[in-house]
Design a protein around this ligand. Sequence first.
Ligand code: MD6
Ligand code: FE
Length: 223
Amino acid sequence: MTALFAPQLPERGAREVAPGAVHVPDWLTLEQQRWITGQFHEWVQGPVPLRAATVRGHEMSVRTVCLGWHWQPYRYTRAATDVNGARVLPFPDWMIRLGRRALEATGHNAAAVGSYTPDTALVNYYDTSARLGMHQDKDEISRAPVVSLSIGDSCTFRFGNTENRAKPYTDLLLASGDLFVFGGPARLAYHGVTRVHQDTAPQGCGISDGRINITMRTTGFDG
Ligand code: MD6
Ligand code: FE
């Protein structure tokens, strides 16, 4: 692979945390954050509600609503057969465009940007006590980058290695409006959320309590 930043200049403030993993603080404006939060309030109206998935007998503290494809441990389906059986909302076109801009902002080349067609979004809601254990995102067939957007309270995000949940890892703050992209050699890195920082959501982001995180992905599935 050629250097990630070779073909074009990354956004100001972009930081490559590890090869293929790029953090862009303050990528979304407050107005964009507010608009996306408005969409979130519509998505949770259904047909599939926010729900805490059960993983190996334990309910997750994070609650999720999906677009395009429904994620359930550890597979994707069109219908939320582990919730209420309803088909999830379609993946919105604006999110494909936003995903492409996210790849552009993190130094991906024009071919990667133009062909990026995410088809699922996992939209997570964290209250201030929610956590997300170290995991790999590997239920997708495609290894196209994962684009992550954060809105609301900031969190401590633990970005690890591709071998196991243990060290070495890097803890960083993901704040409201931040972009994080996992691609290339970082695509299968372990990562998690160790804590959410209460009362840190900026005025005007659309949410005053808790944290919204959107990860868009390409499943690689048809139909
Ligand atoms: C979160 N994010 O930030 C959870 N996965 O709340 C993820 O699990 C994640 O941020 C893959 C790539 C980026 C992410
Ligand atoms: Fe993940």
